[in-house]
Design a protein around this ligand. Structure first.
Ligand SMILES: [Zn+2]
Length: 378
């Protein structure tokens, strides 16, 4: 352990820097290969130039001597400097990587004959320059934006999407992986993705703000989360106003235990393989999020789920559901990605901004929308 030397108030930063440069230069010479001083003396003799008094860099050194040096000698000088840089160890090499570093190297080349250093400080007063090897710009992430983090903390999904820049920007940020603060696994978010590879967490998750949609015919006592419930009310009204007829619904939220019964019933009818193409296992159903609803066409009485696809209501929903925040989650011909046979009746709420981006982007699965792997099987 060396003794502690108190700071010397007489030493100005500039003098301190100069001393540091001289110390480095001396240290560098100490590890210079034996061939180097001889080559240096020969070069100096050939050039006839006086000692370089105030070297300010490798270029300056070569320029002073270059007036009388041939190109071959210049190359020899460059070789010497290169050898010097290689020999001066990690500190000098690091310093040489920056502009100031060249001055240290040049000082090394003349230190044995140069008079006391009188030029400008070889290194900044604050110390040796830090090598700037590569300027790697930090990846911009919306998670650094206080507006985004505040919206996330408040639980306002629409505000989060707005803060990130809208549905397209949100999708892009999530799919590209630059928004780790946005979790597609959070069952409380309208953007949660549940499929055969992405169970609910916790498996028996139960949404907290379930309400019955107003002014919509419910064939079961089955609620939705408040945002999709309001949106469904608007959708049903709009369809009716457009002359598409009445839309009712069968099933919306299903608890973990209800889903167990639903799935078991399907297995009883068609076996596991068939059931898995049509019904989710408990803990893997969108219905457990309170964000999905199975709609039916009504005309006096209501039809079945299978009737929606070919009904005027189904046609209207295909064209307009996105305007109310819903998507057809299990589209025609996408079983290899979504894991399910097409279900024209199964409408999944993802919020208006995301549904707009989904619709306008021409997406047919939520997996592709968010850049997630296909989930054909468990
Ligand atoms: Zn469904």
């Amino acid at each position: 352990m060396g003794r502690v030397i108190p700071p010397d108030p007489e030493r100005s930063p500039r003098r301190a820097a100069r001393a540091e440069a001289e110390r480095l230069a001396t240290a560098a010479v100490a590890v210079t290969p034996p061939v180097e001083p001889a080559t240096r003396r020969r070069l100096r003799a050939e050039s006839g130039a006086p000692s370089v008094r105030a070297p300010v860099g490798i270029r300056a050194l070569l320029a002073v001597r270059g007036g009388t040096l041939t190109m071959r000698r210049r190359r020899a000088g460059l070789l010497v400097v290169a050898l010097l840089i290689m020999a001066t160890g990690a500190v000098a090499i690091g310093a040489a990587a920056s502009a100031g570093g060249g001055e240290v190297a040049a000082q090394t080349a003349t230190v044995d004959t140069a008079p006391a250093f009188q030029g400008p400080p070889a290194v900044p007063a604050e110390g040796l320059p830090v090598p700037q090897l590569a300027a790697v710009p930090a990846t911009a992430t919306p998670c650094d934006d206080p507006a985004v983090t505040a919206a996330l903390a408040s639980g306002d999904d629409a505000a989060v999407i707005s803060a990130i820049g809208g549905g397209d920007a949100f999708r892009e940020a999530v799919a590209s992986g630059i928004a780790p603060c946005v979790s597609l696994s959070d069952p409380n978010r309208e953007w949660v993705v549940v499929n055969k590879q992405r169970p609910l967490d916790p498996l028996d998750y139960r949404a907290g703000d379930l309400v019955m949609p107003q002014n919509v015919r419910a064939l079961e006592e089955s609620a939705l989360r408040s945002a999709p419930a309001s949106a469904l009310t608007e959708l049903v009204r709009a369809a009716s106003d457009a002359g598409a007829g009445e839309i009712g619904f069968l099933s919306a939220f299903r608890s973990y235990s209800t889903q167990q019964s639903t799935y078991a019933g399907r297995v009883d009818v068609g076996g596991v393989e068939e059931a898995d193409r049509e019904s989710a296992r408990a803990g893997y159903s969108e219905h457990q999020t309170g964000l999905a609803v199975d709609i039916v066409p009504c005309d006096g009485s209501c039809g079945t789920l299978d009737d929606i696809a070919s009904s005027p209501q189904g046609a209207w929903v295909r064209d307009h559901a996105w305007e109310y925040g819903f998507i057809t989650r299990y589209a025609e011909g996408r079983e290899s990605v979504s894991g399910y046979l097409p279900e024209a009746w199964h409408q999944r709420y993802i919020g208006r901004e995301l549904a707009r981006a989904y619709h306008e982007g021409g997406y047919t699965t939520l997996e592709e929308f968010f850049g997630l792997p296909a989930a054909p099987t468990y």
